[in-house]
Design a protein around this ligand. Structure first.
Ligand SMILES: [Zn+2]
Length: 359
């Protein structure tokens, strides 16, 4: 190796050494720089990160608080809305209740008006019925006049039942209803039969005539003891009929017949003054007293007597079962013979006449 070569090599080594030094210096600088970087950048960054983290946590906490506040406010709002809704509902309920009450009040008012009208109609009902009864009586009188003048083949039979209502009066009413005929009941109020009032009303409602036969029917020491006592008994019976049916009586039959009354003329006069017509009978079923006939005999009795008359008034009693059967038997036969069965009315030509041809 030349000197030069050796020198070069030495230089080279030196240069290498210097290079190493520089490299070392560079490395140290880099480390330094890194430390500086860490010192001035990373550390503050961590700090920022901490701060950021704190801020984040604070923000999260605030959000949480906000969320809770929001929820609370929402709940409060919902509650307020519910309260408002409830209040609305209460208002609506009250309104409905008020409407319902007003409706009820109106309906009650309507009902009261209807009832008042019904009462007014009911008040005039007796007058209406009495007006119809008068027309009916006048028509029957026209028919009687035609019969008496020989202008018609029609004949009239007035069935009359005395001394009821009794325990079997309703059976008579059913039979008359079934036969589709009308009759007259000479009633007494002192009976002790069942359903007296009900039967009396049924007689009236059935279109039959309810007539007066005195209240007690006790002639000895009562009905026939004096004119005053007689009229008291007539009035007492009329009171009972009026209280029970709402109608007065205006046709009277003397217990046992007018011939039995010792002050007959005075009694007839007093009856007329009190607005009563009186009547006896022209045919007798002989269904009271002793030796009562059986139904067939009674029917034959009635038929025999009635057929002699164009206008017959038949005395019967609605306590006698045989009479009930006799009526059922004789009515269709007499109808076939031209008789019609009508109720007695005050306009009848038979009223005020002595018609007791057979006692
Ligand atoms: Zn009698």
């Amino acid at each position: 190796m030349t000197r030069f070569q050796r020198g070069w090599l030495k230089l080279k080594d030196t240069l290498t050494a210097i290079e190493k030094v520089f490299l070392g210096l560079a490395a140290a600088g880099a480390v330094f720089l890194g430390v500086v970087l860490i010192q001035y950048f990373l550390y503050p960054a961590a700090d920022y990160a901490r701060q950021a983290d704190q801020a984040f946590q604070q923000a999260a906490q605030l959000r949480e608080e906000n969320e809770q506040t929001r929820l609370r406010l929402e709940e409060e709002a919902a509650a307020a809305e519910r309260d408002l809704s409830d209040a609305d509902q209460e208002t609506r309920d009250l309104q409905e209740q008020l409407d319902a009450q007003l409706q009820q009040a109106q309906e009650r008012q309507d009902t009261i008006q209807e009832l008042e009208e019904a009462i007014a109609a009911f008040d005039s009902l007796p007058e209406d019925i009495l007006a119809l009864r008068t027309q009916y009586g006048e028509k029957i009188r026209q028919l009687e006049d035609m019969i008496n003048a020989g202008e018609t083949d029609v004949k009239i039979c007035y069935l009359t039942f005395d001394d009821g209502p009794t325990n079997i009066t309703h059976q008579f009413l059913e039979a008359l209803d079934e036969l589709d005929i009308y009759a007259t009941f000479f009633t007494i109020g002192a009976n002790t039969a069942q359903n007296m009032e009900e039967n009396l009303r049924a007689e009236m409602m059935g279109g039959h005539t309810v007539a007066n036969h005195t209240y007690s029917h006790q002639y000895k020491g009562n009905v026939y003891s004096s004119l005053e006592s007689f009229m008291e008994q007539v009035k007492a019976q009329d009171d009972w009929v009026y209280e029970t049916t709402g109608f007065h009586t205006d046709i009277f039959r003397f217990p046992s017949g007018s011939q039995y009354c010792k002050f007959r003329e005075e009694a007839i006069e007093a009856l007329a003054e009190a607005g009563y017509g009186w009547i006896d009978w022209s045919a007798n079923a002989y269904d009271s007293g002793t030796n009562l006939p059986d139904a067939a005999t009674e029917a034959a009795n009635i038929s025999y007597q009635v057929r002699t008359l164009d206008i017959a008034v038949v005395l019967c009693h609605d306590w006698n079962y045989n009479t009930l059967e006799a009526v059922k038997q004789v009515v269709p036969k007499l109808e076939a013979a031209g008789y019609v069965f009508l109720p007695l009315l005050p306009q009848s030509s038979t009223i005020g006449n002595t018609t007791s041809n057979f006692g």
